[in-house]
Design a protein around this ligand. Structure first.
Ligand code: C2E
Ligand code: MG
Ligand code: MG
Length: 439
């Protein structure tokens, strides 16, 4: 039992390793070729979540059976855990047989599966490392098949990919980035820029969004797009996010009382981090009132009906913190998210202002704005770069606008002087004109 998976009765990781080591020794003595395949089911979690654990178990057993039936007797198939499987092809004459088998495995897995009264469909992604072309050590082969698997996953469901040397380099670059990020956090190389958000009705700056940048010693100012994903994958987003919260609330304390600060919060922080205590600690340390803090989340936080995530959001809201739905319209945009959680604000993604015809942009902004307002939310148009876009956003009912026309993200000193001016300036927006870029 120590060498088999109890659920599917397939080999487990230990036995797979043993067999792989044996086969590699044989191949070294006598020559020949083989292949290691790493498999990961697509959409398994959805079946487990909707039909329950028993159905999930039955599905895994059926998949195990199908995988075995597709392979030859001398091939080894193992379950590594969860919805991960691995295959050792005893023989593979170059890539041809591996390719053929991968195609057959995909076909076998994707056929509908009857689970009691339900019918489920899952897919599988496969990464392949060839023996000896991609390595002659078990560890190397498994790692490389796994790298190829990631690539297959990226490419979409029901595909396979062979390992390529460039994948090693990318993994290496990732590792370096992770190390760099860890050090950057210790050395305090991150800084926040702030982008003003205009209240259309009053023509004054209602809030500013904190946007993190990395002041890299050799690469200069690195935008968040280059490191947030890596920080999320490695979990570093949790300490980084805590720092952002502390710095942003501290800074906002120096702004006029009516100006709020918006902080972006990653799904990882909401699901696995200690967001609630981190927010409370930042508010306590800075002395900023909770009503002046706005957290921007994306709808991915509410996907899969995550109980814990929505509990965290409700807790934050009962503190007085506002919650905004960022980048609205770019994800699944299921309207059920809007019912599942009472957002204070809807931010319409900037792609809607820039892509498609003007009439299309206006129609989408109008629909989103009336939806948001109907549910009692503030509606912000993101990415307003021209006066024409500003006029459209205003005409279609947006209550706030954000974008380069109002102001670029800027260092805290610049924003502070802008805020001092904003309270003194007469309102231009009331007459239908945006504020000039105050410098
Ligand atoms: P976001 O929250 O949607 O932030 C708005 C992004 O749009 C910012 O990019 C901003 O510079 C850009 N932007 C604003 N107005 C305009 C415009 O008129 N035209 C154009 N072309 N772009 C405009 P940035 O600073 O590069 O941030 C990118 C994303 O990185 C943010 O998107 C946000 O999702 C993420 N991010 C930034 N800071 C943090 C952070 O502290 N934590 C987390 N988790 N994510 C962050
Ligand atoms: Mg944002
Ligand atoms: Mg956004």
């Amino acid at each position: 039992m120590a060498r088999h998976d109890a659920l599917t009765e397939l080999a487990n990781r230990v036995l797979f390793r043993e067999r792989l080591d044996q086969r590699l020794a044989e191949l070294e003595r006598r020559g020949g070729s083989g292949a290691v395949l790493c498999l990961d089911l697509d959409r398994f979690k959805a079946v487990n979540d909707t039909l329950g654990h028993l159905a999930g178990d039955a599905l895994l057993r059926e998949i195990a059976h199908r995988l075995k039936a597709t392979l030859r007797g001398e091939d080894i198939v193992a379950r590594f855990g969860g919805d991960e499987f691995a295959v050792l092809l005893h023989q593979s004459d170059g890539p041809e047989r591996a390719m053929l088998v991968a195609g057959r495995l995909i076909e076998a897995v994707q056929a509908p599966i009857i689970l009691g009264a339900h019918e489920a469909e899952v897919g599988v992604s496969i990464g392949i490392a060839l023996i000896p072309a991609h390595g002659d050590k078990a560890e190397v082969l498994l790692k490389r098949a796994d790298l190829a698997l990631y690539r297959a996953k990226d490419a979409g469901r029901n595909t396979f990919r062979f390992f390529e040397p460039a994948m090693d380099e990318e993994a290496e670059a990732r590792r370096r980035l992770e190390l760099d990020l860890r050090r950057a956090l210790q050395r305090g190389e991150f800084e926040l820029h702030y982008q003003p958000i205009l209240d259309v009705a009053t023509g004054t700056i209602a809030s500013a969004e904190a946007l993190v940048r990395w002041r890299h010693p050799s690469r200069g100012l690195v935008p968040p797009g280059a490191f947030i994903a890596a920080a999320e994958e490695t979990g570093l987003i949790v300490p980084l996010g805590e720092w952002v919260l502390r710095a942003a609330t501290h800074e906002a304390r120096r702004w006029p009382e009516h100006v709020r600060v918006a902080v972006n919060v990653s799904t990882v922080q909401v699901r696995h981090g200690n967001l609630f205590p981190a927010v409370r600690a930042a508010l306590d340390a800075s002395g900023l009132s909770a009503e002046r803090l706005e957290l921007e989340i994306t709808e991915s936080v509410l996907m899969a009906d995550d109980e814990r995530a929505s509990a965290v959001l409700h807790d934050l809201r009962s503190l007085g913190v506002r919650i905004a739905l960022d980048d609205f319209g770019t994800g699944y945009s299921s309207l059920s998210y809007l019912r599942r959680f009472p957002f204070d604000k809807l931010k319409i993604d900037r792609s809607f202002l820039t892509e498609g015809s003007k009439a299309e942009a206006a129609a989408i902004v109008r629909a989103a704005a009336s939806l948001g307002r109907g549910l009692g939310m503030i509606v912000t148009a993101e990415g307003v770069e021209t006066q024409e876009q500003f006029d459209m956003a205003q005409a279609e009912g947006c209550t706030e606008v954000q974008g380069f026309l109002i102001g670029q993200p800027c260092p805290c000193g610049e924003l502070r002087s802008r805020l001092r001016k904003s309270t003194a300036e007469p309102s231009l927006a009331r007459q239908g004109r945006a504020h000039p870029r105050g410098r």
